[in-house]
Design a protein around this ligand. Structure first.
Ligand code: NAD
Length: 493
């Protein structure tokens, strides 16, 4: 049994086996509550020695864990689900304090995380192989799935609890052991989650946690005992992790950044369309990989959408996510605020007009208000830039085909949506559009836990995606056994 810990939430510690250890590396990022400017603690830079110790602990735990019957392994996940539900309010508050999103958004991410735990409880069915008798006289063939060994999970800041749960429940239910490297900007939520995992009675070393930045990631990518790497983050880092991890022979899945479009047709319902798109663009302060970033109005939709989205954006209440009245929180850091403000200025300089301008918000806290950029020229580099803030561009196309081509030209392929009351237009769009997640009258087409999170193009590097059946495939190797048992070799009764 791993020992419970009593460290305070201002300290960032690593879990190696059953020990919560203070980091041995230099201090790295200052951790600031983005809504208040309050200093919460410091993330360490991380070191190869700490990674090595965590990987060794995971490696040592692997033989015993994989040998445990699968029905027993999933009991820890049933307990985790219960514990997460019991601690939902406290977990949500930890997320809000370090990430800035509203409490309602934090609870929603935890719900999706719990859903992944639930799906992983189905591993006794999901992990089954297949078999066939008499492939030749007296010979049978069987395919079984077996765990890989030590798996690394590297996660971003925007969903501090949900994204670790896109991977860890599946990895451990299938018999692997894990080293989690959470975002160095939000280490507390992940640590709290891992503490709950230990509270389930999980054997020592099945889940380990190392904090840090690039040195920690590099050490995981190069470690010979790490068999697989699951990564979620920005596209440049995703590409880097994919290349470096694959070069050392690991199985790697990397989800990258996004620039998501929604297309609004003239026959869309104005009221619900506006509300759903505003939620998608400004929820999480625009820091969601499925947030809409560009709305393409088609035909006369142009006439009503600009006005209605401007009114919706201007009416949102921005504030500390702990305040129940707040509908949108701050962006993650002051540097991020400055970057988003500069990009809005760039858009305005390139011919767009900021019909709602969120640049004027005052601190404390790294707040940018909802912003709508109207008429960004197609050639503007901003059309391709992931802003990752509460900024929605509105552009126009003459037809659905032109809108689909616009999306085709994007280097990203995470998500797109269409708003329409025409079944034929919806069908054409979902069939032709070049993104892996597609919505029809949906603002955030986030796949449920039993479907794969299907980014395409520059939004995903690898073969198997996060969640559901893809996760089972990713975390297991197939083994095929061909068996002959001649009668004459067997004892006769
Ligand atoms: P990020 O790429 O900065 O960081 C992700 C992880 O990589 C973190 O753990 C970080 O510590 C580490 N890291 C950062 N720089 C590194 C480097 N140079 N070398 C090695 N490791 C490094 O991403 P972020 O800012 O935390 O998260 C936001 C990004 O994640 C956005 O681009 C967003 O679209 C993307 N995202 C994608 C999905 C998806 O499903 N496609 C989901 C959530 C977030």
């Amino acid at each position: 049994m791993a020992s419970p810990s009593t460290w305070t939430t201002t300290e960032v510690r690593n879990l190696i086996g059953d020990q919560w250890l203070a980091p041995s590396s230099e201090p790295g990022l200052e951790l600031i509550n983005p809504a208040t400017g309050e200093l919460l603690g410091r993330s360490p830079l991380g070191s190869a020695e700490e990674v090595h110790a965590a990987v060794q602990a995971a490696h040592a735990a692997f033989p015993g864990w994989r040998a445990m019957p699968v029905g027993d392994r999933i009991q820890f996940l049933f307990r985790l689900k219960t514990l997460m539900e019991q601690h939902l309010a406290e977990l949500a508050e930890t997320i809000t304090r370090e990430n800035g999103k509203t409490l309602a958004e934090a609870k929603a991410e935890l719900r999706r995380g719990i859903e992944n735990v639930e799906v992983a409880c189905g591993v006794p069915v999901l992990m089954q192989g297949h078999s066939l008798e008499d492939i030749a006289p007296g010979i049978d063939e069987v395919m079984v799935r077996q765990p890989l060994g030590v798996c690394a999970v590297i996660t971003p800041f925007n969903f501090p609890s949900m994204i670790p749960l896109w991977f860890i429940p599946y990895a451990i239910a299938t018999g692997n052991t894990v080293v989690l490297k959470p975002s160095d900007r939000v280490p507390f939520s992940a640590a709290r989650l891992v503490k709950l995992m230990l509270q389930t009675g999980l054997p020592v070393g099945v889940v380990n946690l190392v904090n840090g930045g690039k040195p920690t990631v590099d050490a995981l990518l190069d470690h010979p005992l790490v068999r697989a790497v699951s990564f979620v983050g920005s596209t440049p880092v995703a590409k880097y992790v994919y290349a470096r991890g694959s070069a050392s022979g690991k199985r790697v899945q990397c989800q990258g950044g996004a620039k998501n479009h929604v297309v609004v047709l003239p026959d869309a319902d104005p009221e619900s369309t506006t509300k759903i798109i505003a939620d998608s663009a400004f929820g999480g302060a625009g820091q969601r990989c499925l947030a809409v970033s560009v709305t393409v109005t088609v035909g006369e939709a142009k006439d009503w959408f600009r006005e209605s989205i401007a009114a919706a954006a201007a009416g949102l209440k921005v504030g500390n996510g702990l305040d129940a009245a707040a509908q949108m929180g701050p962006v993650i850091t002051e540097a991020s605020r400055e970057r988003v403000v500069a990009l809005i200025g760039k858009g305005a300089g390139q011919g767009a007009s900021a019909i709602v301008d969120g640049r004027g918000m005052k601190g404390p806290g790294s707040f940018v208000g909802p912003t709508v950029l109207d008429g960004l020229p197609a050639a503007s580099p901003l059309m391709e830039t992931e802003i990752f803030g509460p900024v929605l561009s509105v552009v126009h196309a003459a037809s659905v085909d032109e809108a689909i081509q616009m999306i085709e030209r994007s280097a990203y392929g995470n998500a797109s949506s269409i708003f329409t009351s025409s079944g034929a237009s919806a069908r054409k769009f979902r069939n032709a559009v070049s993104t892996g997640n597609v919505g029809v009258n949906i603002g955030v087409p986030a796949p449920m836990a039993w479907f794969p999170f299907s980014g395409w193009k520059g939004s995903f590097f690898g073969v198997m995606h996060a969640q559901g059946r893809d996760a089972i495939e990713f975390f297991t190797d197939k083994k095929v056994i061909v068996e002959r048992w001649p009668k004459e070799w067997s004892r006769k009764f």
